[in-house]
Design a protein around this ligand. Structure first.
Ligand SMILES: [Zn+2]
Length: 250
């Protein structure tokens, strides 16, 4: 049966002619399962990347109550971001596990887009599965869909006009939304040189990883598996794959 497997996909290199990105995800640790190594590459090129956590992942550790967990996970994400050259992490503190796609989520994300004015907006996979029958998580799907809308809402002064005070202006400059580790990825970025930073960044989620109780689970081995398969599609050792949603007509 093994020789019946399809050939690995072939990826286009992601464009790198941009200066700033906003990476919006549901939970602390979402970026670290593959994308952080790409962030390390980009910050190393002098690009600015800001993280936005829609929740604080406070419902993520079975043995720790949400009020206690929130602070632990926010601190872990700030440390994790610092490893890959990101010095600003925004926490929206919406409720973990029960996010709903809709106007309120779009409004919250549009505000951050207007404040940071990125060239590219990023998130993680928000398709129904991670490929095969590995179901995605509801918060990831809600955030990705809302981000696609919010980057367009942010450019329209008549949508969420109450945000346009104290000098805040519409921002219609987001050129694309990129979703990391999508099963429909078409592009990838070479992270061979920043793989180690990606591993260190994931290891910062110590309380969370301990809380999962996965005996013998190794962050390096895990990321090597994901990023090596991305690398095959780009002809390099390690790469992070992204699905690209271009905005506008171009
Ligand atoms: Zn998550």
């Amino acid at each position: 049966m093994t020789d019946q497997r399809p050939a690995p996909p072939s990826y286009e290199p992601l464009p790198e002619d941009w200066d700033s990105a906003l990476f919006v995800v549901a939970h602390p640790d979402d970026i670290e399962y593959g994308a952080a190594a790409a962030v390390a590459r980009w910050t190393g090129q002098g690009k600015r990347v800001v993280y936005c956590m829609v929740t604080s992942g406070e419902a993520g550790i079975d043995g720790i109550s949400p009020d206690e967990c929130r602070a632990v996970r926010e601190a872990e994400e700030i440390a994790s971001a610092a490893v890959v050259g990101v010095d600003e992490v925004v926490f929206l503190r919406l409720p973990d596990g029960v996010l709903e796609y809709g106007v309120e989520l779009r409004r919250a994300i549009a505000q951050v887009v207007r404040e940071h004015r990125p060239d590219v907006a990023m998130t993680i996979n928000f398709r129904e599965t991670f490929g095969g029958t590995n179901l995605n998580q509801a918060d990831h799907i809600a955030v990705g869909r809302a981000l696609l809308d919010a980057v367009r809402d942010a450019g329209n002064r008549w949508i969420f006009p109450e945000q346009l005070v104290d000098g805040l202006e519409p921002w219609g400059g987001v050129r694309a939304v990129w979703a990391g580790s999508s099963p429909q990825s078409t592009h990838a970025v070479d992270v061979t040189d920043t793989f180690d930073a990606g591993v260190t960044s994931l290891r910062e989620h110590k309380a969370y990883i301990d809380g999962l109780g996965w005996e013998g689970w190794d962050p390096e081995e895990f990321l090597d598996g994901i990023l090596r398969s991305g690398g095959q599609g780009l002809g390099v050792t390690h790469a992070t794959a992204f699905e690209v949603f271009p905005l506008g007509w171009g």
